[in-house]
Design a protein around this ligand. Structure first.
Ligand SMILES: [Zn+2]
Ligand SMILES: [Zn+2]
Length: 376
Protein backbone atom coordinates (compact mmCIF):
# COMPACT_ATOMS: atom_id res chain seq x y z
CA UNK A 1 0.00 0.00 0.00
CA UNK A 2 1.20 3.52 -0.71
CA UNK A 3 0.61 6.62 1.36
CA UNK A 4 -1.33 9.41 -0.28
CA UNK A 5 -3.10 12.68 0.48
CA UNK A 6 -6.89 12.78 0.57
CA UNK A 7 -7.13 14.52 -2.79
CA UNK A 8 -5.01 11.88 -4.50
CA UNK A 9 -6.89 9.10 -2.72
CA UNK A 10 -10.20 10.47 -3.94
CA UNK A 11 -8.78 10.41 -7.41
CA UNK A 12 -7.08 7.00 -7.57
CA UNK A 13 -9.46 5.28 -5.18
CA UNK A 14 -7.05 3.71 -2.71
CA UNK A 15 -4.02 4.32 -0.50
CA UNK A 16 -3.32 5.05 3.12
CA UNK A 17 -3.57 8.66 4.24
CA UNK A 18 -0.14 10.11 4.91
CA UNK A 19 2.74 11.84 3.22
CA UNK A 20 1.62 11.75 -0.40
CA UNK A 21 3.94 9.84 -2.71
CA UNK A 22 1.95 10.81 -5.77
CA UNK A 23 1.77 14.57 -5.63
CA UNK A 24 4.52 15.07 -3.02
CA UNK A 25 2.05 17.17 -1.06
CA UNK A 26 1.60 19.61 -3.92
CA UNK A 27 -2.09 20.18 -3.30
CA UNK A 28 -1.41 21.36 0.23
CA UNK A 29 1.16 23.84 -1.05
CA UNK A 30 -0.98 25.42 -3.76
CA UNK A 31 -1.93 28.48 -1.72
CA UNK A 32 1.70 29.31 -0.93
CA UNK A 33 2.61 28.66 -4.54
CA UNK A 34 -0.08 31.06 -5.70
CA UNK A 35 1.21 33.70 -3.29
CA UNK A 36 4.68 33.45 -4.83
CA UNK A 37 3.30 33.61 -8.35
CA UNK A 38 1.10 36.60 -7.56
CA UNK A 39 4.12 38.41 -6.20
CA UNK A 40 5.97 37.82 -9.48
CA UNK A 41 2.93 38.97 -11.42
CA UNK A 42 2.48 42.05 -9.31
CA UNK A 43 3.62 44.42 -12.06
CA UNK A 44 1.65 42.73 -14.81
CA UNK A 45 -1.79 43.53 -16.11
CA UNK A 46 -3.73 40.44 -17.17
CA UNK A 47 -7.35 39.49 -17.54
CA UNK A 48 -6.98 35.73 -17.61
CA UNK A 49 -4.40 33.02 -17.10
CA UNK A 50 -3.60 29.52 -18.17
CA UNK A 51 -1.86 26.82 -16.18
CA UNK A 52 0.23 23.90 -17.35
CA UNK A 53 1.88 21.13 -15.37
CA UNK A 54 5.03 19.13 -15.99
CA UNK A 55 6.00 15.90 -14.36
CA UNK A 56 9.69 15.20 -13.95
CA UNK A 57 11.85 12.81 -11.99
CA UNK A 58 10.09 11.13 -9.09
CA UNK A 59 6.62 12.42 -9.95
CA UNK A 60 7.04 11.02 -13.44
CA UNK A 61 8.27 7.72 -11.97
CA UNK A 62 5.22 7.48 -9.70
CA UNK A 63 2.94 8.03 -12.67
CA UNK A 64 4.60 5.10 -14.46
CA UNK A 65 4.51 2.98 -11.30
CA UNK A 66 0.75 3.49 -10.89
CA UNK A 67 0.21 2.52 -14.47
CA UNK A 68 2.35 -0.60 -14.44
CA UNK A 69 1.53 -1.86 -10.97
CA UNK A 70 -2.15 -0.94 -10.70
CA UNK A 71 -3.17 -0.22 -14.26
CA UNK A 72 -4.16 3.32 -13.27
CA UNK A 73 -3.95 6.18 -15.76
CA UNK A 74 -3.56 8.84 -13.14
CA UNK A 75 -4.98 12.25 -13.95
CA UNK A 76 -2.79 14.05 -11.43
CA UNK A 77 -1.82 16.75 -13.92
CA UNK A 78 -5.41 17.60 -14.82
CA UNK A 79 -6.53 17.37 -11.22
CA UNK A 80 -3.76 19.71 -10.14
CA UNK A 81 -4.54 22.19 -12.90
CA UNK A 82 -8.22 22.20 -11.94
CA UNK A 83 -7.48 22.78 -8.26
CA UNK A 84 -4.84 25.40 -9.01
CA UNK A 85 -7.13 27.25 -11.43
CA UNK A 86 -10.03 27.20 -8.97
CA UNK A 87 -7.94 28.66 -6.17
CA UNK A 88 -6.13 31.11 -8.43
CA UNK A 89 -9.47 32.35 -9.73
CA UNK A 90 -10.91 32.80 -6.29
CA UNK A 91 -7.84 34.77 -5.17
CA UNK A 92 -7.68 37.02 -8.25
CA UNK A 93 -11.15 37.03 -9.77
CA UNK A 94 -9.56 36.09 -13.10
CA UNK A 95 -10.59 33.13 -15.21
CA UNK A 96 -8.56 30.40 -16.81
CA UNK A 97 -8.36 30.72 -20.58
CA UNK A 98 -6.46 28.62 -23.11
CA UNK A 99 -3.29 30.55 -24.00
CA UNK A 100 -4.35 33.33 -21.66
CA UNK A 101 -2.58 36.62 -20.96
CA UNK A 102 -0.22 34.86 -18.56
CA UNK A 103 0.70 31.20 -18.77
CA UNK A 104 1.99 29.51 -15.65
CA UNK A 105 3.82 26.20 -16.00
CA UNK A 106 4.42 24.29 -12.80
CA UNK A 107 6.90 21.49 -12.23
CA UNK A 108 5.14 19.17 -9.79
CA UNK A 109 8.32 17.61 -8.50
CA UNK A 110 9.63 20.73 -6.78
CA UNK A 111 6.82 23.23 -7.44
CA UNK A 112 9.15 25.46 -9.39
CA UNK A 113 7.34 27.43 -12.06
CA UNK A 114 7.73 29.53 -15.16
CA UNK A 115 5.56 32.43 -16.17
CA UNK A 116 5.10 33.35 -19.81
CA UNK A 117 3.40 36.60 -20.60
CA UNK A 118 1.53 36.55 -23.91
CA UNK A 119 2.33 39.23 -26.44
CA UNK A 120 -0.15 41.95 -27.24
CA UNK A 121 -0.89 42.55 -30.93
CA UNK A 122 -2.16 45.70 -32.57
CA UNK A 123 -3.14 46.19 -36.17
CA UNK A 124 -2.24 49.43 -37.91
CA UNK A 125 -0.80 51.12 -40.99
CA UNK A 126 2.32 53.21 -41.26
CA UNK A 127 3.41 55.94 -43.60
CA UNK A 128 7.13 56.46 -44.13
CA UNK A 129 7.70 60.00 -45.32
CA UNK A 130 11.47 59.97 -45.72
CA UNK A 131 13.99 57.83 -47.55
CA UNK A 132 16.86 56.08 -45.80
CA UNK A 133 14.89 54.13 -43.22
CA UNK A 134 14.82 50.35 -43.27
CA UNK A 135 11.55 48.72 -42.32
CA UNK A 136 12.87 46.56 -39.50
CA UNK A 137 15.93 46.74 -37.30
CA UNK A 138 19.16 46.56 -39.25
CA UNK A 139 22.20 46.35 -37.07
CA UNK A 140 25.66 47.53 -38.10
CA UNK A 141 27.60 44.67 -39.68
CA UNK A 142 30.95 45.99 -38.46
CA UNK A 143 30.24 46.13 -34.76
CA UNK A 144 27.17 43.86 -34.65
CA UNK A 145 25.25 46.48 -32.75
CA UNK A 146 27.84 47.45 -30.16
CA UNK A 147 28.49 50.81 -31.82
CA UNK A 148 31.53 51.82 -33.87
CA UNK A 149 32.89 54.62 -36.06
CA UNK A 150 31.17 53.20 -39.16
CA UNK A 151 27.71 53.48 -37.65
CA UNK A 152 28.37 56.68 -35.76
CA UNK A 153 28.11 54.68 -32.53
CA UNK A 154 24.43 53.92 -33.06
CA UNK A 155 24.98 50.18 -33.58
CA UNK A 156 22.64 50.41 -36.56
CA UNK A 157 23.26 50.35 -40.28
CA UNK A 158 19.99 52.21 -40.79
CA UNK A 159 17.50 53.72 -38.45
CA UNK A 160 14.27 51.78 -39.02
CA UNK A 161 10.53 52.31 -39.09
CA UNK A 162 10.48 49.60 -36.44
CA UNK A 163 12.84 51.55 -34.16
CA UNK A 164 10.65 54.63 -34.40
CA UNK A 165 7.47 52.71 -33.63
CA UNK A 166 8.63 50.33 -30.93
CA UNK A 167 10.64 52.74 -28.80
CA UNK A 168 7.58 54.64 -27.50
CA UNK A 169 5.47 51.46 -27.59
CA UNK A 170 7.86 49.55 -25.32
CA UNK A 171 7.82 52.41 -22.87
CA UNK A 172 4.04 52.78 -22.82
CA UNK A 173 3.36 49.06 -22.48
CA UNK A 174 6.29 48.69 -20.06
CA UNK A 175 7.29 45.79 -22.26
CA UNK A 176 10.48 43.85 -22.76
CA UNK A 177 10.54 44.17 -26.55
CA UNK A 178 8.35 44.80 -29.58
CA UNK A 179 8.32 43.82 -33.24
CA UNK A 180 6.92 45.19 -36.47
CA UNK A 181 5.37 42.57 -38.77
CA UNK A 182 4.69 44.24 -42.11
CA UNK A 183 2.64 43.21 -45.13
CA UNK A 184 5.70 43.21 -47.38
CA UNK A 185 8.40 45.85 -47.16
CA UNK A 186 9.65 48.81 -49.13
CA UNK A 187 13.28 49.44 -49.98
CA UNK A 188 15.35 51.57 -47.62
CA UNK A 189 15.40 54.35 -50.22
CA UNK A 190 11.68 54.17 -51.02
CA UNK A 191 8.96 56.08 -49.22
CA UNK A 192 5.68 54.47 -48.17
CA UNK A 193 2.93 57.02 -48.71
CA UNK A 194 -0.80 57.09 -49.41
CA UNK A 195 -2.91 54.92 -47.15
CA UNK A 196 0.15 53.39 -45.53
CA UNK A 197 1.40 49.84 -45.19
CA UNK A 198 -0.58 47.40 -43.06
CA UNK A 199 1.36 45.96 -40.16
CA UNK A 200 0.91 44.20 -36.87
CA UNK A 201 2.79 45.56 -33.89
CA UNK A 202 3.71 42.83 -31.43
CA UNK A 203 4.43 43.90 -27.89
CA UNK A 204 6.48 41.24 -26.12
CA UNK A 205 6.17 40.65 -22.38
CA UNK A 206 4.09 43.74 -21.69
CA UNK A 207 3.26 44.86 -18.16
CA UNK A 208 0.37 46.91 -19.53
CA UNK A 209 -2.09 45.31 -21.92
CA UNK A 210 -4.81 47.87 -22.39
CA UNK A 211 -3.47 51.10 -23.75
CA UNK A 212 -5.61 53.68 -25.47
CA UNK A 213 -4.58 53.38 -29.11
CA UNK A 214 -5.02 57.09 -29.78
CA UNK A 215 -2.55 57.78 -27.00
CA UNK A 216 -0.12 55.23 -28.44
CA UNK A 217 -0.47 56.78 -31.90
CA UNK A 218 0.24 60.25 -30.58
CA UNK A 219 3.29 59.12 -28.65
CA UNK A 220 4.76 57.35 -31.69
CA UNK A 221 3.97 60.14 -34.13
CA UNK A 222 5.56 62.65 -31.81
CA UNK A 223 8.65 60.49 -31.31
CA UNK A 224 9.01 59.73 -35.03
CA UNK A 225 8.94 63.46 -35.81
CA UNK A 226 7.02 63.03 -39.06
CA UNK A 227 9.53 60.58 -40.51
CA UNK A 228 6.94 57.92 -39.82
CA UNK A 229 3.24 58.33 -39.11
CA UNK A 230 1.13 55.49 -37.72
CA UNK A 231 -2.56 54.83 -37.42
CA UNK A 232 -3.86 51.98 -35.29
CA UNK A 233 -7.19 50.28 -35.86
CA UNK A 234 -7.64 47.68 -33.16
CA UNK A 235 -6.05 45.09 -30.98
CA UNK A 236 -5.71 41.76 -32.76
CA UNK A 237 -3.96 38.46 -32.04
CA UNK A 238 -1.05 36.20 -32.97
CA UNK A 239 -3.01 34.76 -35.91
CA UNK A 240 -3.06 38.16 -37.55
CA UNK A 241 0.74 38.13 -37.78
CA UNK A 242 0.52 35.10 -40.06
CA UNK A 243 -2.27 36.68 -42.06
CA UNK A 244 -0.34 39.91 -42.57
CA UNK A 245 2.88 38.05 -43.42
CA UNK A 246 1.13 35.99 -46.09
CA UNK A 247 -1.05 38.77 -47.45
CA UNK A 248 -0.66 39.47 -51.16
CA UNK A 249 -1.89 43.01 -51.51
CA UNK A 250 -1.51 44.77 -54.83
CA UNK A 251 0.62 47.91 -54.68
CA UNK A 252 0.61 51.17 -56.54
CA UNK A 253 4.00 52.79 -57.08
CA UNK A 254 5.21 56.11 -58.36
CA UNK A 255 8.64 56.01 -59.94
CA UNK A 256 10.90 58.70 -61.29
CA UNK A 257 12.79 57.16 -64.19
CA UNK A 258 15.89 58.51 -65.87
CA UNK A 259 16.80 57.36 -69.38
CA UNK A 260 20.25 57.51 -70.94
CA UNK A 261 18.87 59.56 -73.83
CA UNK A 262 15.79 61.60 -74.60
CA UNK A 263 12.70 59.55 -75.25
CA UNK A 264 9.80 60.29 -77.55
CA UNK A 265 6.63 60.67 -75.51
CA UNK A 266 4.41 58.73 -77.92
CA UNK A 267 6.87 55.84 -77.99
CA UNK A 268 7.10 55.85 -74.21
CA UNK A 269 3.32 55.70 -73.86
CA UNK A 270 3.13 52.84 -76.32
CA UNK A 271 5.84 50.89 -74.52
CA UNK A 272 4.14 51.38 -71.15
CA UNK A 273 1.08 49.61 -72.56
CA UNK A 274 3.28 46.63 -73.41
CA UNK A 275 4.48 46.60 -69.84
CA UNK A 276 0.92 45.90 -68.66
CA UNK A 277 1.42 42.15 -68.73
CA UNK A 278 2.82 39.25 -66.74
CA UNK A 279 6.42 39.99 -65.85
CA UNK A 280 8.91 37.16 -65.53
CA UNK A 281 11.45 38.11 -62.93
CA UNK A 282 14.50 36.36 -61.56
CA UNK A 283 15.57 37.46 -58.10
CA UNK A 284 17.32 40.81 -58.62
CA UNK A 285 21.10 40.88 -58.43
CA UNK A 286 20.97 43.53 -55.71
CA UNK A 287 19.12 41.23 -53.29
CA UNK A 288 20.71 37.91 -54.31
CA UNK A 289 22.96 37.95 -51.24
CA UNK A 290 19.95 37.55 -48.97
CA UNK A 291 17.22 36.02 -51.17
CA UNK A 292 17.05 32.71 -53.02
CA UNK A 293 17.65 32.89 -56.76
CA UNK A 294 14.32 31.98 -58.31
CA UNK A 295 11.96 33.02 -61.06
CA UNK A 296 8.66 34.67 -60.21
CA UNK A 297 5.79 35.77 -62.40
CA UNK A 298 3.86 38.85 -61.36
CA UNK A 299 1.36 40.97 -63.16
CA UNK A 300 1.53 44.66 -63.93
CA UNK A 301 -2.07 45.88 -64.12
CA UNK A 302 -1.33 49.38 -65.25
CA UNK A 303 1.66 51.54 -66.11
CA UNK A 304 0.70 55.16 -66.61
CA UNK A 305 2.79 58.09 -67.69
CA UNK A 306 2.25 60.97 -65.29
CA UNK A 307 4.94 63.34 -66.46
CA UNK A 308 7.61 63.35 -69.13
CA UNK A 309 10.44 65.75 -69.86
CA UNK A 310 13.33 64.69 -72.07
CA UNK A 311 15.28 62.02 -70.22
CA UNK A 312 13.01 61.91 -67.19
CA UNK A 313 9.57 60.38 -66.73
CA UNK A 314 7.25 59.89 -63.79
CA UNK A 315 5.29 56.66 -64.04
CA UNK A 316 2.61 55.08 -61.88
CA UNK A 317 2.57 51.31 -61.75
CA UNK A 318 -0.08 49.05 -60.24
CA UNK A 319 1.18 45.51 -59.76
CA UNK A 320 0.91 42.28 -57.86
CA UNK A 321 2.61 42.02 -54.53
CA UNK A 322 6.17 40.73 -54.71
CA UNK A 323 7.28 42.36 -57.96
CA UNK A 324 10.60 44.22 -57.79
CA UNK A 325 9.80 47.56 -59.38
CA UNK A 326 13.30 48.94 -59.97
CA UNK A 327 14.03 45.93 -62.17
CA UNK A 328 11.02 46.29 -64.45
CA UNK A 329 12.54 49.65 -65.32
CA UNK A 330 16.20 48.61 -65.62
CA UNK A 331 15.69 45.03 -66.82
CA UNK A 332 18.36 43.88 -64.35
CA UNK A 333 20.70 42.60 -67.08
CA UNK A 334 17.92 40.60 -68.70
CA UNK A 335 16.74 38.95 -65.48
CA UNK A 336 13.41 40.82 -65.60
CA UNK A 337 11.36 40.55 -68.78
CA UNK A 338 9.85 42.55 -70.26
CA UNK A 339 11.34 45.77 -68.91
CA UNK A 340 11.09 49.41 -69.85
CA UNK A 341 14.77 49.43 -70.75
CA UNK A 342 14.44 46.39 -73.01
CA UNK A 343 11.30 47.64 -74.77
CA UNK A 344 12.78 51.08 -75.42
CA UNK A 345 16.27 49.73 -76.17
CA UNK A 346 17.79 52.36 -73.93
CA UNK A 347 19.21 52.17 -70.43
CA UNK A 348 16.71 53.27 -67.82
CA UNK A 349 16.91 53.38 -64.06
CA UNK A 350 14.72 54.34 -61.16
CA UNK A 351 15.83 57.55 -59.53
CA UNK A 352 13.10 57.67 -56.93
CA UNK A 353 10.53 55.16 -55.84
CA UNK A 354 7.48 55.60 -53.66
CA UNK A 355 4.76 53.15 -52.75
CA UNK A 356 1.64 55.27 -52.99
CA UNK A 357 -1.04 52.72 -52.16
CA UNK A 358 -1.36 49.27 -50.64
CA UNK A 359 -4.65 47.81 -51.85
CA UNK A 360 -5.97 45.86 -48.90
CA UNK A 361 -5.48 45.33 -45.21
CA UNK A 362 -6.94 43.67 -42.17
CA UNK A 363 -9.56 46.38 -41.61
CA UNK A 364 -12.28 44.26 -43.20
CA UNK A 365 -11.59 41.07 -41.28
CA UNK A 366 -10.97 42.84 -37.97
CA UNK A 367 -14.71 43.17 -37.57
CA UNK A 368 -15.70 39.71 -38.68
CA UNK A 369 -17.04 37.25 -36.19
CA UNK A 370 -14.17 34.81 -36.76
CA UNK A 371 -11.59 37.39 -35.87
CA UNK A 372 -13.49 38.68 -32.86
CA UNK A 373 -13.84 35.17 -31.49
CA UNK A 374 -10.10 34.68 -31.91
CA UNK A 375 -9.54 37.67 -29.71
CA UNK A 376 -11.97 36.30 -27.16
ZN1 LIG B 1 -1.40 13.83 -3.22
ZN1 LIG C 1 28.89 49.83 -35.98
Amino acid sequence: MITVCSRCRDRIGFGELGECLICCGSFEKIDDLISDILEDLNDYEYENFDVGVRLYGSSKAIELFLKEKFGIEDTLKDDFKIDFARRFSSRTGKLRKVNGDVRITINLEDLSYEIDVSSVYIYGRYIKRVRGLSQTRWICGYCEGRGCEKCNYTGKKYLSVEDLIITPAIEIFKAENAFLHGAGREDVDARMLGNGRPFVLEIAKPRRRKVDLRHLEEAINQYAKNKVVVKFFDYCDAKSVEIIKNAKFKKRYRVVVRFDKEIDRAELEEVLKKLETVITQRTPIRVLHRRADKVRKRKVYSAKLILHRGKVAVIEILSDSGLYIKEIVSGDEGRTKPSLSELLRVNARVEKLDVIEVLGGLEEILNTHVFKSLRG
